[in-house]
Every structure is written in structure tokens, then in C-alpha cells.
Design a protein around this ligand. Structure first.
Ligand SMILES: *Cc1c(COP(=O)(O)O)cnc(C)c1O
Length: 418
């Protein structure tokens, strides 16, 4: 038996890749990929779970926690990771009665991943990709992105003295574009779609030997995002949550959540998987709408929540496999519900989330109207990105009051004393 820390396996044909080199998609299953269908041949990382159990016989989870899950990451040393604080984000606890119109009493836990260095959960993937590139001696990382993945790899690369080249479609939100440039990354705006940017970035990384961070195409993106599952488990004192609400676009974050809990399941640390609720917009529903179909049919995405506006989900096959295997609950919300939920979240909790991140809160509100969540449940809502990244959609909701001349003219508009 060869000694390995991890190996890649194809989720379609099962082919295994042991050499620990750079491998993106399965050589065999990806040969017929076209840009109008989700890519086949997505690779998953596997570890020597038996050996990890043997090495840390007692208090296995505590050992893993103390080594920041290094045994379950495809890198040699934690020193390879960014010096910035990636992950370790707070999980806030609220009582259900204080944030919802409900008489049932349970815990609502918001895992706020907007508090990552570049203000989105994408940093978990970028950090691992960057560390891996560092260990392989590659100094330049390329990515195609609609915004957050690009600003994330730009920031993390800056912290690691690596060069980032980011291909973006010209229409991404301005805050994200400026963020990419401000970190000193090279930005290439593509006169075309995200798919065009995606293909171009792959050509460039192949031609020049750069490392490619494209979501799902690089199997380390799911792997990096799985740490959020470990942290949720850690934050609940080693309890599996009853429900987790997460928004889905390309299906990498949701797969990362499943992968993290599945690793714990394989290690015997947990006995059952959590129920994960996948939330998409009715105007970008390509994972949910295809979940029970054999062949993929595209519904053009037009949602205002740009980070989950996806025509061809890049991680469709893995997300689907996980969702069907572990009985995930699909939930569609309208764009109006997303915008309302974004305001509701801010008012009720003080958290400011971008529309794509508020979709999980919208899903939670909707789920509550249609289902009873039992007393003493633990419900986690994943907030994936900061509200400051995309203010265009909430700007319309407000008219700034006209400036007043002096303090004496101040009227408390909430007061009943006319
Ligand atoms: C990328 C992103 C998502 C969706 O993640 P996928 O892996 O594409 O499903 C959700 N919210 C925010 C803020 C994101 O940046």
C-alpha cells in the first residue's frame, strides 16, 4: 500500500489519483466537457481516515481542532497558510423568539463568514489554494470570478507575496472590482460572460504554468470551504446542528459543508449528518431545478444576488450527489424575499450581509412559515459575505433625509408626542 496523506477521486467514475500533484478534473470524465453543461469529472479529496483514527485514538476531535485540522488538509504545514486570520469566524447565538415570529423556542446560530479578511467565505478556499501553490513553488495564481472569489484570491495572495491574475466579466459589482485592484492583483475584464472568463483563465494557467483557483475546477476550493463545517461543530461543543441554511450558486460552499461533516462521519466523530437546506433564488435555480432530473436543463440566471447568479453551476454534479445522498432540503426564495430578508437580518441581529448571503436568512424565514422547528433545535444560518460588497440593491430602499439647518430643528420621527 502506498503511503499517502490524501488522494483525489473522481465523483463520476471513481478513478483515483495518488500522486499528490496538481490535478483539476478527472482526465477521463472531463474529455467531453462543453461550456453549456456543468463540468463532469469533479475530483474529491480523500484521506487515510483509518490512520488518522489510529494516530489520535482518544479525543480525536480535540486533536484535530488543536492542529487546526491539518490532518484533513492537503498541505504539509500550517505555516504555508496566510498570516491573515482566515476562518475562526464568530457564530452568534440568538433565541428564536427574539428574531422570528414564533413561539417555539430554539437556538438560532449565525455563522458570520463575512468576517473573513476579504469579507466573504471565499477566503477559506483561497487560503488553501494559496498555501498549496506555495508548497508546490508556484508564485502566480489565476482565477475567473464574478467578484468575491477574485477579491478573495487577490487579498490572500497579497498576504502571501504571491501574484494574482483575476479574469472578471465587466459587469461585476464595483466594490469587488476595486477591491481586486486595491490588493495589487492584475485584473483582466473580459468583454463576455463569466464562462468566457473561466475558459480564458484556464488557457492562461495552462500556458504559463500558473496555479488555477477556479471554483470547483480546482478541487481544493471545496476542501478549503469545508473548514466552516468543523468550526460549526466546534462552536456547538461537538453537537451536530438540526438544520443548516446555506445559499448556493455554483454549489461549492454547500459541498464544502457536506464534505466537512462527511469527514467527521468517516472518522466516527459524528454518527449522523445534519440536514442542510440549500437556498437558491427563483431567478437562479439551476441546482434545485435540476435536482431530480437526469439531464441538465439551464434556466438563465437573472437574480439581483450576484454571488449566486449562476447559469451553469460549476460544482453541480458534486452538490447534487451530496444533496441526494444526505437528503438535503431544496428551497427557492424570490429576489423580493432576499432583499426583505437582508433588511430583516440587519434590524434583528445587527449583521449586514450582501444579497447572496441574505438568501440563507430568507430561506430560514420561509422554512419557518411552512414547517415547525422543534423546541431545543440548533439552527445554523451561514452568512457568506458582507453587505458592503454590494450596496446597489439596498440603495433603492432608502431616501436620505434632507440635511437640517440646526440641531433645534431635530424631530424624533418615531415619537408620538407631536
Ligand atoms: C460564492 C458565494 C456564494 C455561493 O457559493 P457557491 O459555492 O457558488 O455555491 C454565496 N454567497 C456569497 C457571498 C458568495 O460569495
Amino acid at each position: 500500500m502506498t503511503k499517502y496523506k490524501y488522494y483525489y477521486s473522481c465523483i463520476s467514475c471513481g478513478k483515483k489519483y495518488y500522486d499528490n500533484g496538481i490535478q483539476y478534473l478527472c482526465d477521463e470524465c472531463s474529455t467531453n466537457n462543453t461550456t453549456d453543461k456543468p463540468p463532469k469529472g469533479i475530483l474529491k479529496l480523500n484521506y487515510d481516515y483509518e490512520n488518522i483514527r489510529k494516530v489520535h485514538k482518544n479525543n480525536l476531535f480535540e486533536h484535530l481542532r488543536d492542529e487546526r485540522y491539518l490532518s484533513l488538509l492537503p498541505i504539509k504545514s500550517l505555516d504555508s497558510l496566510s498570516p491573515l486570520r482566515v476562518g475562526h469566524t464568530p457564530m452568534y447565538t440568538f433565541k428564536s423568539e427574539s428574531v422570528l415570529n414564533t413561539t417555539n423556542s430554539y437556538k438560532v446560530l449565525i455563522k458570520d463568514d463575512s468576517l473573513n479578511p476579504t469579507y466573504s467565505l471565499k477566503d477559506r478556499a483561497s487560503d488553501l489554494v494559496s498555501a498549496f501553490a506555495k508548497e508546490k513553488g508556484i508564485a502566480t495564481i489565476v482565477a475567473a470570478s464574478t467578484g468575491n472569489a477574485g477579491s478573495s484570491i487577490a487579498g490572500i495572495s497579497a498576504s502571501q507575496k504571491q501574484k494574482a491574475i483575476v479574469f472578471v466579466p465587466a459587469g461585476a459589482p464595483i466594490a469587488k472590482l476595486l477591491q481586486i485592484m486595491h490588493y495589487g492583483a492584475q485584473i483582466v475584464t473580459v468583454d463576455g460572460t463569466y464562462d468566457d472568463a473561466f475558459d480564458l483563465s484556464i488557457e492562461v494557467s495552462k500556458k504559463y504554468g500558473y496555479y488555477n483557483r477556479n471554483t470547483a475546477y480546482n478541487p481544493l476550493t471545496v476542501e478549503g470551504k469545508k473548514t466552516v463545517a468543523f468550526e460549526i461543530f466546534e462552536g456547538l461543543n461537538k453537537k451536530v446542528p438540526t438544520l443548516i441554511f446555506v445559499s448556493a450558486g455554483d454549489g461549492v460552499i454547500i459541498s464544502g459543508l457536506f464534505k466537512g461533516f462527511e469527514d467527521l462521519l468517516k472518522l466516527g466523530i459524528i454518527k449522523k449528518m445534519p440536514r442542510i437546506v440549500a437556498v437558491q433564488s427563483t431567478k437562479s435555480k439551476n441546482i434545485i431545478a435540476n435536482l431530480n432530473h437526469k439531464s441538465f436543463k439551464k434556466f438563465p440566471a437573472t437574480t439581483i444576488a450576484d454571488s449566486i447568479s449562476v447559469d451553469i453551476p460549476r460544482n453541480y454534479y458534486m452538490a447534487r450527489q451530496y444533496m441526494l445522498k444526505y437528503a438535503s432540503i431544496p428551497l427557492l426564495v424570490t429576489d423580493e424575499e432576499i432583499i426583505e430578508a437582508s433588511q430583516d437580518l440587519s434590524i434583528k441581529t445587527g449583521i449586514f450581509a450582501e444579497p447572496a448571503a441574505s438568501a440563507s436568512w430568507a430561506g430560514f424565514i420561509k422554512y419557518n412559515k411552512e414547517n415547525v422547528i422543534a423546541d431545543n433545535s440548533k439552527v445554523v444560518i451561514l452568512s457568506t459575505g458582507s453587505g458592503l460588497k454590494d450596496i446597489k440593491n439596498i440603495q433603492k430602499m432608502y431616501d436620505l433625509p434632507a440635511p437640517i439647518k440646526s440641531i433645534l430643528e431635530f424631530r424624533n420621527t418615531d415619537s408620538n408626542n407631536k
